[in-house]
Design a protein around this ligand. Structure first.
Ligand code: ADP
Length: 407
């Protein structure tokens, strides 16, 4: 029977999953073949199961009554019930999970046991919203399938070991010792895209590289020698760029003002900064770049301009950290699909010798190898490369399982 891996990427109201086939005969062969992928989203509000095959054809798209699907555990049952009879020809050899926080402990993926679970739970205060949602499926699957190895892959791990100057806030030293550090996130995406860059142009991949992960969550990372040197997200996924609904970097005095002068409670401030700010707050229209670009309202245009200027400013500032630039990559929902955003971002950087080719920029992404969009006179190449965090998790899981089998 063909071996397969299950990858789970769970949030607070959704579970995304992918199932990959593994080439069992050739242990050196590392690639994974997507069998199917899908998600349950709207858990607790408008639950919906949607699954597609490897070619993107929809296999199921079902809505559920909210009473039937209001917890992550119920969502997992729905997924398991649907998937199990459809993968009869495969034997699942392990499960890989996305876990947002590896704290300052984990610099690479880890096989989950009781002790690891305990350590991961101790990071919940560092990312209350995300970490709980990530750990729930691991706990539930450990109960249901104790026979299957489960691997935790961290969003923070890629940034582990970045320089001290990138790791600190200008706050009293004891806070740093307590864990108030600039961990950084989106590490699985950066690692995947960097891996692609190694195939496309190894020289640039090893040089001074900036990768912009622009999705509904957004951050930018600068790398040198393939390692993360600095990134715009810090202690939480709230830092750095303005995002769909998150504020990004903010004068901390605003938070004090909201609490002291407006009498807002911490959870109200949290809700505002995570859910009502960013592009949604700026425009008052939508958090979705597609909608904002399609709108002819001035507020929509201003929100996009604001986003693009911040992206360009952050790129310039990260280039300072790595002392120049050899290549730039756009990735994730906005980075891959919004040529207008890429155009406006690079326009802000023309002074530094970066130029875009309009025709190339408007072209459809040809596939996983991505495309180049710089103009003939651009000082450095500019790439658009689709990210695939689930595949990165799958690859990590496979590597770790094979390593453990050898020992
Ligand atoms: P996440 O994985 O964090 O949910 P994605 O990387 O999928 O986010 O990015 C989602 C965002 O990408 C959407 O909110 C939307 O703003 C943007 N996006 C997706 N497709 C397009 C498109 N064709 N044009 C412009 N923006 C797009």
């Amino acid at each position: 029977m063909t071996q397969a891996l299950f990858v789970v990427n769970a949030g607070s109201s959704s579970i995304k999953f992918k199932i990959y086939g593994v080439a069992a005969q050739d242990h050196e062969h590392e690639d994974l073949d997507l069998i199917m992928g899908g998600q349950v989203d709207g858990i607790g509000s408008e639950p919906r199961l949607k699954v597609k095959d490897q070619a993107g054809a929809v296999l199921v798209d079902d809505k559920f009554p909210v009473e039937q699907l209001s917890t992550l555990s119920q969502a997992q049952t729905v997924i398991a019930d649907w998937v199990t009879p459809r993968i009869k020809g495969f034997v699942i050899i392990g499960i890989g999970h996305r876990v947002v926080h590896g704290g300052s402990v984990y610099s690479k993926p880890v096989l989950v046991d009781d002790e690891v679970m305990h350590t991961l739970e101790s990071f919940i205060p560092l990312a209350p919203l995300h970490q709980l949602g990530n750990l729930d499926p691991i706990r539930i699957l450990r109960e249901r399938r104790p026979d299957l190895p489960q691997v935790a892959c961290f969003d923070t791990a890629f940034h582990h070991g970045h320089p001290e100057l990138s790791d600190r806030f200008a706050l009293p030293r004891e806070l740093y010792e307590e864990g108030v550090r600039r961990y950084g996130f989106h590490g699985l995406s950066y690692e995947y895209v960097h891996g692609k860059m190694e195939q496309i142009d190894p020289g640039v991949a090893q040089g001074r590289l900036i990768i912009a992960h622009l999705g509904s969550g957004a951050s930018i990372c600068c790398l040198f020698g393939g390692r993360s040197i600095e990134t715009t997200m810090g202690f939480t996924a709230l830092d750095g760029l303005p995002m769909g609904t998150r504020s990004g970097t903010l004068d901390p005095g605003v938070v004090l003002h909201l609490i002291e002068q407006k009498g807002m409670k911490p959870e109200e401030v949290g809700n505002m900064l995570y859910k009502q700010s960013g592009l949604l707050g700026l425009s008052g229209i939508s958090n979705d770049v597609r909608e904002l670009l399609a709108s002819d309202r001035q507020e929509a245009n201003m929100a996009i301009d604001f986003f693009c200027q911040r992206v360009a400013q952050s790129m310039a500032s990260l280039a300072v950290t790595i002392n120049g630039l050899d290549g730039l990559v756009f990735t994730a929902g906005i980075g891959e699909n919004a040529p207008e955003v890429r155009r406006r971002v690079i326009k802000h950087l023309n002074w530094s010798g970066l130029f875009i080719d309009d025709m190339a920029n408007e072209a459809r992404l040809p596939g996983p190898q991505g495309m180049r969009i710089e103009g003939a006179h651009s000082r450095v190449p500019i790439y658009v490369i689709p990210t695939d965090e689930e595949k990165m998790i799958g690859l990590h899981t496979l590597r770790l399982l094979r390593l453990l089998k050898k020992h």
